[in-house]
Design a protein around this ligand. Sequence first.
Ligand SMILES: Cc1ncc(C[n+]2csc(CCOP(=O)(O)OP(=O)(O)O)c2C)c(N)n1
Ligand SMILES: [Mg+2]
Length: 355
Amino acid sequence: MEKDFPIFQVMDQNGNIVSEDYKDLVTEERVKKFYSEMVRIRTLDRKSISLQRQGRIGTYAPFEGQEASQVGTALALESDDWMFPTYRDHGAAMVFGHSLRNILLFWNGRNEGCVPPDGKKIFPPAIPIATQIPHAAGAAFAEKQKGTKNAAICYFGDGATSEGDFHEGLNFSSVFKSPVVYFCQNNQYAISVPISKQMNSATIAQRALAYDIPGVRIDGNDIFAVFAETEKALERARNGEGPTLIEAMTWRYGSHTTADDASKYRDQGESALKRMETDPLLRLERWMKNEGLYDEAWVKEIEAQAAAEIDAAVQEMEKFPKADPAVIFDYVFEKPTWTIEKQKREYLELIGGEA
Ligand SMILES: Cc1ncc(C[n+]2csc(CCOP(=O)(O)OP(=O)(O)O)c2C)c(N)n1
Ligand SMILES: [Mg+2]
């Protein structure tokens, strides 16, 4: 099966173009956009880890290593499309136009952080694994029924493909030809469970066969491959040809979350080596150097811009009015059960607040 689903690359790890058909895709302007967005989201990611370590946000899920997958997909979307992220896809949400302040509020446990800017169709990050897959199938189907050309992108990890929701979502959208792109970031781990213990099939892409939809396997650290295949899948979706499953091979360099220690279950040497060889930013840098387009002053400038933008968002997040503790009970169900009301009363009494 692995040879039926080869890993598609436009650019190899040394920054050389290996798919001549896609040469036109690689323009200086596009490279600069890809690079600067990857810097922006990496800066947010690193800053968030340090905020968590200082107790200024809650548990955080880092995505360093997966930037090409997130930026390449988000930049392929049209502004009226839908985005269904997981807890690890706020890089994609940021590139698609989410509010940075709200992304940080989310990581501070605030329900306000789930709200996208007006008109942006970005769902709250799915924490329960794979629940967003049927949501995306349904939202995309609704767009089709309304006769629009809008599509949806749905992100999930390798672990999510073991869930029933994955199969239900793919089946539904295959039958009804929902305009949705299923984008799996295969970072090869579901927390501490390696993919070899997660599934018996050699690839995730081959699961598309069961639903008679296209399944492709790509190098998720090659931003050109990500962009090209996502665009192609979106075009199919808009043309009424239904969903596509993309398996993007990648790796998270950090831990699952700030509450996890990857050294307990993963060879750190292997991760360090992967970073040297496959880092999506380094790869683009190598392309720029090969072409004589790497400009250190420009890189410093975009790094400084990203840092300033993120610092300003952190200040806004920290200035945001304090949370009302009652909201953790108020948003469980539309109408609270008597047990939740009792818990709320007891909790507010305990902390000296009012019911
Ligand atoms: C329904 C459900 N079961 C279990 C969990 C606990 N859990 C949180 S993250 C995770 C692993 C998911 O791995 P993967 O889909 O590969 O995504 P990644 O974290 O690697 O991005 C699990 C099992 C959960 N959040 N939801
Ligand atoms: Mg995973």
